[in-house]
Write a protein that binds this ligand. Sequence first.
Ligand code: GDP
Ligand code: MG
Length: 179
Amino acid sequence: FMTQASGADYIFKIVLTGDSGVGKSCLLSRFTRNEFSLESRSTIGVEFSTKEIQMDGKIVKVQIWDTVLAGQERFMAITKAYYRNALGALVVFDLLKPSSFQNLDQWYNEVRANAGADCSVILIGNKADQRHIRAVQYEDAKRYADERNIPFIETSALDATNVEQAFRTLITDIYRHWA
Ligand code: GDP
Ligand code: MG
């Protein structure tokens, strides 16, 4: 799972998953480039970005995969390749959109089925900046995460709240598990 590579002590593969439109690509660009774009860009296929972070004096290179096709639009072969060797997954829903919360099982089960029981998972409720139109309660999301023994963090890719912390939490968990 972890290869020695030029300049980095470890490489971790992480995947982003969750309904289309919840903000996965925006979380990725916020974390890797500190950028945010209001336009939703639906690329076709799979893409990934990398970022190097320091942990315990080691250089950890995280390779973060982003899907662009949702659920049924995807082929099983792509799903398998997407999750293969992933050490961590961010399962993302939209705090403004209850359906994206109700669909979490689909994504969570897909992670567990394809990345395995050892994959570190974190639940992300994104778009926390829109407090006045929030539609999923903190308690409900926290309970969902607690039942699966995973952390829950509310983020905003727009104003950057907790984005670094969410990725760091996941990467630290992976590091403790594998490094
Ligand atoms: P993806 O399909 O999950 O990759 O979602 P995108 O990253 O493409 O984002 C979908 C839409 O939600 C875009 O119009 C973004 O500008 C918007 N968006 C993403 N993150 C946030 C956020 O934290 N707050 C708000 N208000 N909008 C966001
Ligand atoms: Mg996207």
